[in-house]
Ligand binder design. Structure first.
Ligand code: AMP
Ligand code: GLY
Length: 415
């Protein structure tokens, strides 16, 4: 089979890596890809949202399966366009992807179908929102309703902080002309539950945990994710069964009932609160960096799963027992402004454990080209061993412009 992967980050590198382990794959293309992906796939210079050009490429090159990584491509309807052209594609339609692209859609769906989540109300008017926040008190959570590159969520510890966020979102339209979902603030460990979904069928993946804050001790600003690991010792098999049976399966069934059946990866961002497991958010795609620790544990042929989801067939998922833990190397300054084009050396010494997130070639050098630059993976019989291996691999990479967290996995590793 010829397979096309859409996207250019660590998630797509991990997908390409999983595809390259399949005996069914003849050729892998990636649009636009990156310099690390280029070692395992042919990179095509088409951006992820250029649907017409991607369609032409898939037709001309006789691509048998297209796999979509990023939400931006889903939100502009890439799956709808490929399906209309009779091409097989893995990912949800634009209507189903609203579970991620519209927080209001997701919250309404959950409340209608009894799926556990934080209590909420939605506002378009600043004064009304402010009055509601004053009545509820702090801490309180404010979410801009729309794609805001992970920066549209504020967990306000004080009323002043909440008011500043409401002004940004509703008066100054910093993210766009949207509405705001105001939520009760939940507490407890967070975890990511990704499932392959095809209509009512749900195949759970192993659990992972991301680390959203930039610095050790979960301090500093929110980021796209600074590291991840799998499995999670603090989530019991009963928790996992609850999340599958009371959250992921009913959500898949609800989307069928609403006339927008989901196909692709449904990502549950869940929290284990003192009142039970609740949904923080849904995503309509593989998580990044969770995918980089989950797919290396997949023992089944991923092509069988992608095709079963896209075609409505059956598949079986088997997993390796080993643990995975990965550390993001990010540009100094990220998630604020940062320098690009800094040379990275020592990649060859750690080649099989590194997924590229934001790199590019500059002659025969590899240089930084994004906020999150590399994902360095460790594998081991235990999480502690995987952590030690990842840190050792990080130490072999030589680049002046990068920083990383040293405490990835602390919730699982603490004594
Ligand atoms: P989201 O983009 O919805 O995942 O939100 C980003 C982060 O904000 C989450 O990973 C949580 O750490 C935090 N968060 C979001 N909603 C809540 C909530 N209702 N209670 C507490 N923390 C939240
Ligand atoms: N790691 C969080 C996300 O992919 O949205």
């Amino acid at each position: 089979m010829n397979v096309l992967v859409i996207g250019s980050g660590g998630r797509e590198h991990a997908i390409v890596d999983a595809l390259s382990r399949s005996a069914q794959v003849a050729k892998i293309y990636c649009a636009p890809g990156n310099v690390g992906i280029a070692r395992q796939a042919e990179c095509i210079a088409i951006r992820e949202t250029e649907i017409e050009r991607l369609l032409d490429f898939a037709r001309e090159t006789q691509v048998d399966l297209t796999v979509v990584g990023p939400e931006a491509a889903l939100a502009v309807g890439i799956v709808d366009a490929f399906r209309a052209a009779g091409l097989r594609i893995f990912g949800p339609t634009k209507a189903a992807a609203r579970i991620e692209s519209s927080k209001e859609f997701a919250k309404e769906l959950m409340s209608r179908y009894g799926i556990p989540t934080a209590a909420y109300r939605t506002f378009g008017d600043y004064e009304e929102a402010r009055a509601y926040v004053a009545e509820q008190g702090a801490p309180i959570v404010l979410k801009y309703d729309g794609l805001a590159a992970g920066k549209g969520v504020v967990v306000a510890q004080t009323l002043e902080e909440a008011d500043a966020a409401l002004r940004d979102m509703l008066l100054d339209d910093k993210f766009g002309d949207g509405r705001v979902v105001i939520e009760e603030c939940l507490t407890g460990p967070e975890f990511s539950f990704m499932c392959f979904v095809s209509g009512r069928k749900v195949w759970p993946m192993v659990l992972a945990q991301d680390h959203k804050r930039a610095y050790d001790g979960d301090c500093g600003p929110n980021t796209g994710g600074m590291g991840a690991y799998s499995p999670l010792p603090f989530i019991t098999p009963e928790d996992e069964r609850f999340a599958l049976e009371h959250i992921m399966q009913p959500t898949a069934a609800a989307l069928v009932a609403e006339g927008c059946p989901f196909t692709g990866v449904l990502y549950g961002g869940l929290m284990k609160t003192p009142q039970g497991i609740k949904v923080i958010e849904f995503n309509a795609r593989f998580g990044d960096p969770e995918t980089e620790v989950v797919l290396p544990r997949l023992a089944s042929d991923i092509v069988d799963i992608f095709c079963a989801v896209a075609d409505g067939g059956d598949a079986e998922l088997r997993w390796h027992d080993f643990a995975t833990l990965g550390i993001v190397l990010a540009s100094k300054g990220y998630p604020g402004s940062y320098e690009k084009g800094v040379e990275i050396k020592g990649l060859d010494t750690a080649e099989d454990t590194v997924y590229h997130m934001g790199t590019r070639a500059d002659g025969d050098r590899v240089v930084t080209s994004g906020g999150r630059v590399l994902f360095v993976l460790g594998r081991g019989a235990t999480l502690a061993e995987a952590h030690a291996k990842a840190l050792a691999a990080v130490a072999r990479i030589d680049c002046d412009g990068l920083f990383h967290r040293t405490d990835i996995g602390w919730q699982a590793l603490k004594k």
